[in-house]
Design a protein around this ligand. Structure first.
Ligand code: RM4
Ligand code: MN
Ligand code: MN
Length: 430
């Protein structure tokens, strides 16, 4: 294993914590035992939990208005991979990376795969990009891609997705996430039904090219960049398409892609029941955005999503295997710190959801004990599971206090010297 930060450094950082972590873990174990929960049953599940890092998340994000680049930003996919290795080495909750093509194109995918292996990383879903024009591409996506009125544009967008599958195969990925920016800005601009039919026609060609062990994730989004209508605007359209396209195609839920007050956990439950839950892009939002750090605004909402996921696993729902990915834009933080912290937040929420007393919840629901039921959820959510997270990291040789250890390592300052500064430029998602 070739790690970007000397493991001895992390071990030395952990030394001051070792005794406290053990004491806190034992104490929490006693508390949970009084509630009938065996901590030894919870810990391995938390240790096995992983959420993929979006390669586009390690660079500083931006808005439509401006981008304020940070120091030492990754220059190419190899730099991004190295940053992902730093994140995983600290937090031990992010064993995979999700790539975006063409942003992550490189000349040698075997080398990229080898480098990932050397870091102990794998590749999660590939992401295609037909929401912006690619250098040298003959046709523009200004008025859409997979649903464009012009068959030649649609063919170009389909071909791009097939290329993403090929790259993914070379890297050992097993899924393709398709999010399109297609939609309209004016009432009347687009024939809604025909646009959806064209979507089906295009995605059917992509689905037909999936290797048998691959899945295709359809990602819906209520708006942006199109602000009047989008073709795959909600889980209903996504579900219709995934159903028409067959068993390898499922619906991906990006938490930020809904109207502000939508009950996302209920959508998740419906998709699980239909066998169509592909997985998640985790992030958080206050209004209609999809950019804030996971769990930073509404941790209870995230918990309620995980409550559905843990319940499905507990009930052994057939075919239940969601993919977990982060998808957020770090505009004002060091992206590495945000990603370490967000991954911990997601892992923490999973651990909390594991603490729900499922048998008691079943009983309360059956007896229509509304307050009793909701208190069971709160009891789990309000448990501080930090000792479990710290214990898991310590045992894995990761950092007990990952953000602090990252700051102490001076990694960003080193990268600022090695990687030349990039100019701010205009707005933009990446
Ligand atoms: C979109 C969507 C996609 C992501 C792009 C960058 O809003 O969330 O998943 O690939 O942003
Ligand atoms: Mn997304
Ligand atoms: Mn998004």
């Amino acid at each position: 294993m070739q790690l970007p930060i000397d493991p001895q450094f992390i071990a030395a950082q952990n030394e001051a914590w070792r005794r406290h972590v053990r004491n806190d873990y034992e104490h929490l174990g006693e508390q949970l035992a009084r509630r009938g929960i065996d901590i030894a049953h919870i810990t391995p599940q938390v240790a096995a939990f992983g959420v993929a890092i979006p390669s586009w998340g390690v660079g500083t994000g931006g808005t439509r208005f401006a981008r304020f680049p940070g120091l030492g930003e990754p220059r190419d996919v190899f730099d991004k991979l190295q940053d992902c290795a730093v994140i995983h080495q600290r937090g031990h909750a992010t064993p995979t990376v999700s790539l975006h093509i063409p942003w992550d194109r490189c000349s040698d995918y075997a080398e990229l795969r080898g480098q990932a292996q050397a870091y102990g990383l794998g590749f999660d879903a590939m992401n295609s990009n037909t929401f912006s024009d690619q250098p040298g591409a003959p046709l523009s996506y200004k008025f859409g891609s997979l649903t464009h009125t012009d068959a030649a544009v649609r063919a170009q967008a389909v071909a791009h997705n097939l290329e993403c599958i090929e790259i993914g195969r070379a890297l050992g990925s097993q899924a393709l996430t398709v999010w399109i920016g297609d939609g309209s800005n004016f009432p009347g601009q687009q024939h809604f039904r025909r646009a959806f039919d064209r979507y089906l026609e295009s995605t059917r060609q992509i689905a037909a090219a999936l290797p048998p062990d691959w899945r295709m994730f359809l990602e819906h989004k209520i708006c942006e960049p199109a602000f009047y209508s989008t073709v795959i605007q909600d889980w209903g359209s996504s579900y219709l398409a995934a159903t028409a396209l067959g068993p390898q195609v499922q619906c991906l839920v990006d938490l930020g892609h809904h109207a502000p007050s939508v009950n996302i956990e209920l959508i998740v439950a419906r998709l699980i029941a239909a066998g169509k839950l592909a997985g998640f892009h985790f992030n958080d939002s206050k209004y209609g955005d999809d950019d804030l750090d996971a769990g930073s605004v509404s941790p209870y909402r995230l918990f309620l999503v995980f409550n559905e996921l843990v319940a499905a696993a507990h009930e052994h729902v057939a075919g239940f295997a969601p993919a977990y990915m982060l998808d957020q834009s770090h505009n004002v933080t060091d992206p590495i710190e945000s990603l370490i912290d967000s991954a911990e937040q997601v892992q923490r929420t999973y651990a909390q959801a594991l603490l729900v007393d499922r048998a008691a919840l079943d009983e309360a629901q059956q007896a229509n004990d509304a307050l009793g039921a909701t208190r069971l959820l709160k009891a789990a959510f309000q448990t501080d599971v930090t000792p479990i997270l710290q214990f898991v990291r310590m045992e894995a040789g990761a950092a007990v206090a990952p953000v602090a250890a990252y700051r102490a390592s001076g990694y960003r300052a080193r990268m600022a010297q090695q990687r030349p500064a990039r100019s701010g430029g205009g707005g933009g998602i990446v």
